[in-house]
Design a protein. Structure first.
Length: 535
């Protein structure tokens, strides 16, 4: 069986479909879909946005192929920034001519002109610290309105450094840092922002308690990603308690946030082997989203499907295959229905759920069903890759690898070789401009090819392939031992099996035992070493 070697690459194929990201700006509920235009590229209407600016927003959103719920969420965030910038410019006491000009450009949707005007303000050499901080913040907002968050970061940093007690500067700066996965810089900003939000909530809880909860939720996400599980749980739990209280008086506004935090807690519980708690949290999140979808299916059906996928992954991990299959199938049915009216947004989720079902079918020895699901997923990814290769070629490669594993397990070595070679060619191309992201895929596909060629009595070819995988993984290990250690150990063990000469076998196995971090992998290497003489 080759699949045990390739499990980490399989995970790339959208196996986890979590809830909407928790590190985004607070949704204010400004926007809703234009139901009259529900077929095809759905537009959104946002309260209080000049129609000219709204046209610009919809043009930007249409290029992103988002699910409707994500499109509305992004539109809400955009509108929050739009209104904040409009308020800032309208209230500007100095540089009134340039501020009025930037404000008019903003309302016209002429964001590039607003940006140029605000750059004049930033570079105008104003004397007061407050003015300099405000102008940097305003420029960052207009860059974010153009979906250019990386360019906004230095201006947000400047505003925050000049006025760290200004809560909105810290809030915006931390959110963008988190969206860029810059956890080292985000953490101190988040902690300071949380302190400021708590202070503001003491005198104005109705306004600022939601922001305390959001900051706690984001902090919990940071702790979870950086493996500080106790701190993550405490932050999530406090956020959940606040959101439950808020939802009592305004369920429509805050029940989605309750579901999102429950989903995050479920991921944490599963990662810490607290399976009963994980299942209960997933189930409550699913119940909330089902209830929301009854009254607003356009906005919340995709959330139901995402939670079903997460719950199905959980059932699969805990060997409850019938429940997993039922949840995957319901998620697939929802995504297929959504894809009828918006294929660009939902076809990737159809393919991802098919991939998950195929993994389950293969695990339960239903190989014909697994093959059919993989092939449908592969066809969808190939079609998507024609118009957006950067986004979908990696999924084509991953699915080809999965198909290759299936062919290997069903004794079709030529078909397996063709599938693996197709995956390898794609990964090699992807790795040229971005080796850090795709060299692992190259190495794992080489491992799979080596195992296949060993099984078909071609040890020379197998050794050539696995030696290249070792070279790649050894370089990765030098840069980041924690991430690459087990990949290197896997390749070394495969190479030891392909080697004919006993001393070379033992040398490779000793290195595998030395670098492996997974206890099972280390035990496997040590068992192989039992036949080797002492070094």
């Amino acid at each position: 069986m080759l699949s045990s070697i390739f499990i980490s690459l399989v995970v790339m194929a959208a196996v986890q479909q979590p809830a909407a990201p928790t590190t985004v700006q607070k949704s204010s509920g400004w926007c809703s879909p234009n139901i009259a235009n529900v077929v095809g590229n759905v537009t959104v209407n946002c309260i209080g946005v000049d129609p000219r600016a709204l046209n610009r927003l919809n043009a930007q959103l249409s290029s992103k192929n988002l699910q409707l719920a994500d499109k509305i969420r992004e539109a809400d965030e955009w509108t929050t920034r739009y209104k904040e910038l409009e308020t800032q410019l309208s209230a500007a006491g100095d540089d009134s001519v340039l501020s009025r000009q930037a404000e008019e450009y903003l309302r016209q949707g002429e964001l590039e002109k607003a940006e140029a005007t605000l750059k004049q303000l930033v570079n105008s050499g104003k004397k007061t610290v407050d003015a300099v901080a405000a102008h940097n913040y305003q420029l960052a907002l207009v860059l974010e309105l153009q979906f250019r968050p990386v360019e906004a970061l230095p201006y947000l940093e400047e505003a925050y450094q000049l006025r760290p007690k200004e809560w909105k500067y810290g809030q915006e700066y931390a959110s963008v840092l988190l969206d860029q996965n810059d956890y080292t810089r985000a953490e101190p900003v988040l902690l300071a922002t949380l302190d400021n939000a708590r202070l503001l909530a003491k005198t104005n809880p109705a306004t600022y308690q939601p922001d305390v909860a959001r900051t706690l939720n984001n902090l919990g996400e940071l702790y979870r990603v950086t493996q500080r599980m106790k701190e993550a749980e405490a932050a999530y739990q406090e956020a959940l308690d606040i959101r439950r209280q808020l939802a009592k008086t305004n369920p429509a506004a805050y029940q989605p946030d309750v579901a999102g935090t429950l989903n995050n807690l479920a991921l944490l519980y599963a990662a810490t082997q607290r399976m009963k708690e994980a299942e209960a949290a997933y189930q409550e999140a699913l119940d909330i989203r089902r209830q929301l979808a009854r009254t607003n299916p356009a906005a919340y059906q995709s959330g139901v499907a995402q939670t079903l996928n997460n719950l199905a992954n959980f059932y699969s991990d805990t060997q409850r295959m019938e429940k997993a299959e039922a949840a995957y199938q319901e998620a697939l049915d929802i995504y297929r229905q959504l894809a009828k009216t918006n294929p660009a947004a939902y076809q990737p989720y159809v393919a991802g759920t098919l991939n998950n079902l195929a993994l389950l079918y293969a695990a339960t020895q239903r190989m014909e069903k697994a093959e059919a699901a993989y092939q449908e997923a592969l066809e969808i990814y190939r079609q998507l890759a024609k118009t957006n290769p950067a986004a979908y070629q990696p999924y084509v490669a991953v699915t080809l690898n999965n198909v290759g594993l299936l062919y290997s397990d069903t004794q079709r070595p030529k078909a397996a070789d063709t599938a693996f070679q197709g995956a390898l060619d794609i990964f090699r191309q992807l790795a040229k401009p971005n080796p850090a992201a795709y060299q692992p895929g190259v190495a794992q596909t080489l491992n799979n090819l080596a195992l296949l060629h060993m099984a078909t009595n071609n040890p020379q070819q197998a050794l050539k392939e696995v030696e290249e995988a070792i070279s790649i993984n050894r370089e990765r290990w030098k840069v980041n031992p924690t991430v690459a250690a087990d990949d290197l150990a896997n390749s070394l063990i495969i190479a030891s099996s392909a080697q004919q000469e006993s001393s070379a076998k033992c040398q490779l196995t000793r290195e595998a035992a030395r670098v492996a971090q997974d206890p099972q992998l280390r035990d496997r290497a040590n068992k192989l070493l039992s036949t080797c003489p002492p070094p």
